[in-house]
Design a protein. Structure first.
Length: 136
């Protein structure tokens, strides 16, 4: 699991910096940080991350809407982080949800769960039938 390229979508600067620090200490690389829905979509298309950590609620746009757009092109393992419950939201069933605040150990576990989703690729690289074992 070392050396993942991770895109962070977070509109709170201090939280984005703290996430980046934790991710780097885990041995991963933050390939980009985006603060809006549009920036998240553009960064995902540009950087082709291995994993995304996405704030579900952004000041400008929605992290959930950004992921929905991204997932139409290809599947990227992702973790939603939010201080709010995302239960009522229409999120991909393969998503992992991590409630803020969380520890580094909880983030490590969430990354493992996100990457552990069985992968079956279609011609487009995405499999809408793929179901996770331990995600919300």
């Amino acid at each position: 699991m070392l050396g993942l390229r991770i895109l962070v979508v977070e509109d709170e600067g201090m939280i984005a910096m703290a996430l980046e620090e934790s991710i780097v200490q885990m041995g991963h690389v933050v390939c980009a940080i985006a603060g809006t829905e549009a920036e998240a979509v553009a960064a995902a298309y540009r950087t082709h991350p291995d994993l995304m950590i996405v704030d579900g609620r952004l000041r400008i746009g929605s992290g959930i809407a950004a992921m929905q757009k991204i997932l139409t092109r290809r599947y990227i393992p992702h973790i939603y982080v939010s201080g709010d419950s995302l239960v009522a939201e229409d999120i991909d069933p393969r998503s992992v949800v991590l409630r803020k605040p969380f520890s580094d150990d909880e983030l490590v576990a969430a990354i493992s769960r996100a990457l552990d989703v069985p992968t079956v690729h279609t011609a487009s690289g995405d499999d809408p039938e793929r179901q996770p074992d331990d995600t919300i």
